[in-house]
Design a protein around this ligand. Sequence first.
Ligand code: PMP
Length: 363
Amino acid sequence: MITNLVKANIKNLQPYNPKEVPCSIKLDANENNNVSHLLNQKISKAILELKINQYPDSNSTEIRKLLSEKLSVSKDQVVVGCGSDQLIFMVLNAFINVGDKILTPSPTFSMYKISNEVVGGETVEVDLDDGFRFNYNKFMMAIKKENPKVIFLSNPNNPTGGIIPREEIIKIVELSNAVVVVDEAYYEFYQNSVVDLVNYYPNLIVLRTLSKAYGLAGARVGYSIASREATAILNKVKPPYNVSSLDQTAAKVCLENNQMIESIITEIVNERIVISNELNKIKDLKVYESYGNFLLIYTEKARDLYQYLISEEILIRYFGDKGDLAGCLRVSIGTKEENARLLYIIKKYFFCKEEQLPLKMAE
Ligand code: PMP
């Protein structure tokens, strides 16, 4: 009976099920393993002061104040969400009617399409070129043909790590009639942003998160930066009390201590370059250029390598053997020790016998 009542667009929807394989080294979700526990003491102390019997501040006022100062925008231009996932939903809820179109490059972050299916929108995807490069002309042609209401651009793009140049983003914002969402979840590893443009373009919405560079994925805090006009629209669809007081407290401590993550970000970027160079030396692997805290790798042995890494207690992301990410694996950049172990195990896999490993790789 209940299945007859479900909305048509939900009937065949596959739930987003992150793979939960317990492993001692977790490199599957682009988290920041370098900051785990670093702020826990400060967060715990701040939580002791909380009046947990009361609802949280529905507008996350303190977080918005800290963010607006950091980004040189007004508090009225920031919305805080339960992860940037919730902001993606808010955008779709505010702008997409059943049958309306959104446009995204492909492959990209899967939640744009999944969330759009929930609201009943249609998702039009524009394939990235060889090497997962963004093709501006192809994308512009799709904009003209499809006239989408919302465009999602993940910059850097998850899971490919590629980027879209600022000038191309500006032209897309200027030349389309759409709301353009630039998802800067990995901004801190790339350092190029379009946040400075939100006062010029009312149709531009930038998304950021504390889940990646800030190492706060467990607290679920993301935010949008946009014109006052766009922000007022998002606030209409924001659920009340959407960020718990525990999460707001963690976010506040994290933002107040943001100098702690600066050297960690540099270290992650340096490690990314080292790992990428090392992996590229293995002839059976292709590593794509990445500007995030992760690397996308192609190999014909993807499934086997993935299983082998699990047997060695290392979890990475495997995208299966079908579709445009067939044979692709994504690894997050972890701590120095985790990265060294990952490299060691991957080399062990490809060179098969441990005695064939170069001496300097010995554990
Ligand atoms: N955008 C992108 C591009 C992502 O990769 C992710 C997380 N994987 C998110 C948004 C969602 O992040 P969160 O909800 O943790 O803020």
